[in-house]
Design a protein around this ligand. Structure first.
Ligand code: DC
Length: 213
């Protein structure tokens, strides 16, 4: 069983992916971490994440151990990730890793949950379930602000909202694999849903799907 979850930043994809993976006993891959690790690798070595050659090399050299760094959650990594993610050579280099994970999930799991921006469209177009998780940009900025403050970081709403809009624009307007729901995705707007309600709605959809399929 392959579950593909796509959607913009801070829409609740990660939490939903974790819950579904636990519920169905599936392996989980947060594909944004690959782009974050690649972006950070470039900036930390003094490079520009828009530099095609440096970014492609970082993507090709990525090793699973790079995905464990807590620094991947930083805004520095998010911004660098969004930049390297516009480069087709980087997307291509990361495709094999993602497809291999879906085809041969680690730990003997019977399937996988992958979340990102282009899972339903490009990485796993044949996924059994495709979800597009979204929420208004204001709600997502509030969630992101809360998360940053809880981590003891300094942040203000207007800045977080501005960054969120900038990243949305970069993710939706890029030429290659722009973020948009595929036709066969179930669109789940979590603006007025907490994590439990979003999980319940996704589960109801998946159960209905498996009854009708
Ligand atoms: O989900 P995230 O915020 O960790 O993703 C970081 C960036 O990586 C995001 O701005 C877009 C990019 N990304 C992508 O283009 N395709 C994916 N499958 C996952 C992430």
């Amino acid at each position: 069983m392959i579950i593909a979850i796509d959607g913009p930043a801070a829409a609740g994809k990660g939490t939903l992916a974790r819950r579904l993976a636990r519920h169905f006993n599936l392996a989980q891959l947060e594909t944004g971490l690959l782009y974050r690790a690649c972006g950070l690798k470039v900036t930390r070595s003094g490079g520009d994440p828009r530099d095609v050659e440096a970014a492609e090399k970082a993507a090709k050299d990525l090793d699973p151990g790079d995905l464990d760094s807590p620094d991947l959650r930083s805004d520095e990594a998010a911004i660098a990730a969004s930049a390297v993610a516009t480069i087709p050579e980087v997307r291509n280099a990361l495709l094999d890793f993602q497809r291999a994970f879906a085809e041969r999930p680690p730990g003997g799991a019977k399937g996988a949950v992958l979340d990102g921006r282009d899972i339903g469209a490009t990485v796993c177009p044949g996924a059994d379930v495709k979800l597009f998780v979204t929420a208004s940009v204001e709600v997502r900025a509030e969630r992101r602000l809360k998360e940053l403050l809880e981590r003891g970081l300094e942040a203000i709403y207007s800045r977080v909202l501005h960054d969120m809009k900038k990243r949305d624009a970069q993710d939706t307007e890029r030429a290659v694999s722009p973020l948009e729901p595929v036709k066969d995705a179930f669109v789940l707007d979590t603006s007025d849903l907490d994590a439990g309600a979003a999980f319940a709605a996704a589960l109801e959809y998946i159960e209905q799907q498996s009854l009708s399929g």
